[in-house]
Write a protein that binds this ligand. Structure first.
Ligand SMILES: Nc1nc2c(ncn2[C@@H]2O[C@H](COP(=O)(O)OP(=O)(O)OP(=O)(O)O)[C@@H](O)[C@H]2O)c(=O)[nH]1
Length: 582
């Protein structure tokens, strides 16, 4: 019989993508060579073949029990332990050893499961056995095996761990991003947290953040280590990135904060009587959010589910009777969860996807923050729509100054880099005076329409400052492409606007009208000129005032330049822009 006494364990951090705080660690087996195996896979395969797999699973757990007390960072978080599916036939024995880990003081024990040759779901992992004494479940290698969805549906997991093959190179693969975005949305709807595994580069990490993942694991954050002193409570690299993010929080957050109800949550291990007291104290409360020891939301308890007990003669006393062993956990129902920075329409989609949902549990950095009922969600949407409508330009229906200013501030704070174009018509006054205000409106509408046609969804923002002044921001891609796109747009406008003139004006390429001082003059045909402020990636030290000053300064040179454009590179104060007005 093989002895697993000399096996060791390493730990890899699973980190909160918003705060850099360590959420927990995955246990990884080490020292397989001591039993003659060539890899961890080979170790498990050999153990399955010689009938010692259960011993191996138990030995790994015992090794953790022996080592963990030396590290408060380790025991202060969750512990993720893999379960080989071939060991599922002796689930009771393995889970008993797993629960032994709770005595060490871990915040949670999460068992990572995968399917076995097409057999998955509750038959392999009966939920009652998995969850006894508050154990949690993660579907591991999600997306890599055909069983992923069976496990998701049948085993009611708390987490799904997206397989590393999915995360690898996700920054350069639009298809992967679309699929992951949908997976995250789906998991959110079910109240499940998504962990990205195998994050190896900063770009992969950024995509994970953009797609709304909460937890990440991988070499870019921390490699597995057996050195307990190397485990950190906070991973500074992630925190620094998150600082950026915090500053550019979704604009929608304001509406959510205004409408959200900070209903106090109840701890999952509180006595059952506390739950009745809460409902009795506040007659308007129909549900109570439930959190774990670290403040993470687990779901809600609905008053309606307690009615049968509350109205029967001894129902309430029966439930509250400790001897009967009823816990708050038994009344818990899942509820959609969303981070406070989630855009409102995404929240609405999350809410709409769950039948009978009472609302959405709002988190900030994964910690319960408040509850958004269906009614308050609709109110937030309505308030936002009204504010948008007030800001919108009545003629072109494009966003106005409030949204433009917010957008510019967001571009600056993100440090992502963008081209900000301020566009103004040339010789609009004489055109208006000669052909009338209605025709002037048509020219404005023409430009707005050309902008809409040129705009690349998700990358362009088009705003209407007022009158004949427009604003366009282009994010992503290189600045040269963006500059060429704006050049194309103003060229197209000048060409299309010729159709507004009579034959004679077109032939002469000018009209005769009066200037602001009443002098009769020739004015060229209508065109547009642009000042393009180029915010290089990382130039987040630039203030919006500096941008406005640069625009004002280069407006005239743009009108005089042959291609009707001036490109102004903006840089953080340490590296001043070099371009001087023409
Ligand atoms: N038709 C129309 N005209 C407008 C609107 N808002 C402002 N204007 C007119 O736009 C003109 C002001 O534009 P300016 O940019 O100052 O005039 P300009 O002739 O283009 O001057 P330069 O930009 O220096 O070339 C005035 O004639 C306004 O009456 C609008 O919504 N519709």
């Amino acid at each position: 019989m093989v002895s697993y006494r000399d096996l060791d364990v390493a730990f890899q951090a699973i980190v909160n993508i918003h705060s850099g705080q360590c959420f927990g660690h995955e246990v990884l087996v080490r020292g397989w060579e001591t039993v003659g195996a060539e890899s961890a896979e080979a170790l498990f395969a050999a153990a399955a073949a010689d009938g010692s797999l259960i011993d191996l699973e138990v030995a790994i757990r015992h090794r953790v029990v022996a080592r963990a007390p030396d590290s408060p960072v380790l025991t202060g978080g969750a512990l993720f332990v893999n379960l080989d599916p071939r060991a599922a036939e002796a689930l009771d024995t393995v889970m008993a050893a797993t629960r032994g880990l709770l005595q060490v003081g871990f915040a949670h024990i999460v068992t990572e499961i995968v399917g076995l040759d097409g057999t998955a779901g509750p038959a392999l992992y009966p939920p009652a056995t998995m969850r006894r004494q508050g154990g949690m479940v993660a579907v591991d290698r999600f997306g890599a095996s055909a069983d992923s969805f069976n496990l998701l549906i049948g085993c009611d997991p708390d987490f799904i761990k997206i397989d590393r093959a999915f995360i690898r190179g996700i920054d350069a693969d639009a298809r992967k991003r679309v699929v992951l975005a949908q997976l995250v949305g789906m998991a959110r709807t079910l109240g499940i947290e998504v962990i990205a595994v195998g994050v190896e580069t900063g770009r992969e990490l950024t995509v994970c953040r953009e797609l709304g993942l909460d937890l990440v694991q991988g070499f870019h954050i921390a490699p597995p280590t057996g050195d307990l002193a190397a485990l950190a409570p906070v991973y500074a690299r992630i925190d620094a990135l998150a600082q950026h993010e915090r500053r550019r929080r979704q604009i929608d957050q304001r509406w959510v904060s205004q409408q959200m109800n900070p209903v106090p949550a109840i701890m999952v291990d509180a006595p059952v009587r506390d739950m009745f007291d809460r409902f009795a104290r506040d007659r308007n409360t129909t549900h109570v959010p439930v959190v774990d020891r670290s403040g993470r939301p687990l779901g809600i308890i609905r008053e309606s589910d307690l009615k049968n007990y509350a109205y029967s003669a001894f129902g309430k006393d029966l439930i509250a009777n400790k001897a009967l062993g009823r816990k708050l956990q038994d009344f818990l129902v899942r509820c959609p969860i969303a981070d406070i920075a989630t855009p409102l329409d995404q929240m609405l989609a999350i809410y709409a996807a769950v039948e009978d949902a009472e609302g959405i549990l709002i988190t900030e950095h994964m910690i319960y923050h408040g509850f958004l009922t269906a009614r308050s969600l609709i109110r937030a949407m309505h308030e936002k729509t009204l504010a948008r409508a007030r800001d919108e330009n009545p003629l072109t229906k494009l966003p106005g100054n409030v949204l433009i200013e917010e957008y510019v501030a967001d571009c600056v704070a993100s440090g992502e880099g963008a081209v900000l174009a301020y566009i103004d018509f040339d010789n609009f006054k004489p055109f208006n005076d000669t052909y009338g205000f209605r025709q002037g409106d048509r020219a404005i509408l023409l430009f707005a329409e050309l902008c809409r046609k040129s705009a690349v969804p998700g990358r362009w923002f088009v705003g209407h400052i007022g009158g004949d002044d427009f604003f366009i921001a282009i994010k992503g891609g290189d600045a040269e492409t963006a500059v060429a796109a704006i050049g194309g747009l103003i060229g197209r406008f000048a060409s299309d606007a010729e159709s507004f003139y009579d034959h004679e004006a077109r032939a002469r390429r000018c009209i005769v009208a009066q200037d602001r001082d009443g002098n009769t003059k020739r004015f060229p045909l209508l065109s547009a000129s642009a000042v393009l402020a180029v915010l290089a990636p990382g130039s987040d030290g630039v203030s919006t005032d500096e941008i406005s000053a640069a625009i004002a300064r280069y407006k005239k040179p743009a009108k005089l330049s042959p291609d009707k454009m001036v490109v102004v590179p903006l840089a953080a104060p340490s590296a001043p822009a070099t371009l001087e007005p023409a």
